[in-house]
Each structure stands twice: as C-alpha cells, then as structure tokens.
Design a protein around this ligand. Structure first.
Ligand code: ZN
Length: 176
C-alpha cells in the first residue's frame, strides 16, 4: 500500500511513477497485480494519480497537516467514494477467513485491488497511524509507530527542514 502511495515525484528527485500509461503498467506488474491483456491508457494513469492523491490528502489529515482545509479533505473523501463506485470489490470467503479484492479486470481491477487493500487497513484501529509527511515537498506515506501517535513527519530530516523554514520565516517577518 505504501508502494502505491509513494509514487509521486518527490524532493529526493524520484520522478512521478504514473506520469505515463507505461509507468502505471510497469508499477502494476512490479506489484504482481493482474495486468495480462490490459491496455493501459492515458486516462488510466490520470485515474491512478487521482486515487493516490485523494488518499495522500486523507493521510495528511491523519498527520494533522495545518495547511489542509476542511474543503480539501471533504473533496478527497468524495473522490474516494467515487473511486469505490467505479472500482467494485468482491469478498473472497474461505475456511481461512475472508479478504477483499477488485471485482473487475484491467485497470478498474488494478485500482480495485488498491481500494480493497486500503479498505482492509481502514477497518483496523491502526488506520489513523497511516500518515503522510507534513513537509510539503515530501508528503511521503509512513506508519506512525510513536506511542502517542503524534508524528507529523516521515523522518527527523523532514522535521528539522520544517523547523528551519519556520525559523527563517520568523526572522524575515518578526512579530510586531
Ligand atoms: Zn518527509
């Protein structure tokens, strides 16, 4: 799941993985998702980016990102509802338990598998621990393993970058 979320272009210089249909198809193959016979189009790559970005917004809300407005969170939640209508799931029940998976083939099946994995995580208490880094150029998804569940950055480096930026800002505009 972190693999899907951390496909954005980032400050470390990694390019956008879903920039092209081929990029999205290569990622899905790398994750062993069913891609046989699937023709991935430009609009599929756009759909993958939209689903990911809506999820990252929810994870930023988990991290208490103060730059995020209520409207942005509501918009992301609405887009996730649309995604779950567009990419239906089925429940596979056996003697060992049950799991969700995408019901469709092709790209809706691939993105359905992502929605299924997110749903399984979100049904868990630990959902709120899945966060996105509040350092704007980073936004890397991470699991907050701190005891008080108050982590807002993926690493000490991002934490100190944000502190330095705030310090510079205060020096430039000292409080009157
Ligand atoms: Zn970070």
């Amino acid at each position: 799941m972190l693999g899907f979320l951390n496909t954005r272009a980032n400050a470390a210089g990694d390019p956008e993985v879903f920039a092209s249909p081929d990029g999205f198809a290569d990622w899905a193959r790398g994750e062993n998702l069913p891609t046989a016979g699937t023709v991935v189009t430009e609009s599929d790559a756009v759909a993958a980016r939209e689903l990911r970005d809506a999820l990252v917004t929810v994870l930023l809300a988990h991290a208490d990102d103060r730059t995020l407005s209520d409207e942005e969170v509501a918009d992301a939640e609405a887009r996730l509802v649309q995604a779950s209508v567009r990419y239906p799931l089925i429940s596979l029940i056996s003697t060992r338990g049950a799991r969700l998976t995408g019901a469709s083939t092709g790209t809706p099946g691939i993105l359905g598998t992502v929605v299924a994995a997110v749903t399984q995580l979100a049904l868990h208490d630990d959902w709120a621990r899945l966060k996105a880094c509040c350092n704007p150029p980073c936004h890397t998804a991470f699991v907050d393993r701190t005891r008080n569940r108050a982590a807002r950055y993926c690493s000490p480096a991002c934490n100190s970058q944000v502190s330095m930026r705030a310090l510079r800002e205060r020096r430039r505009n000292p409080p009157a």
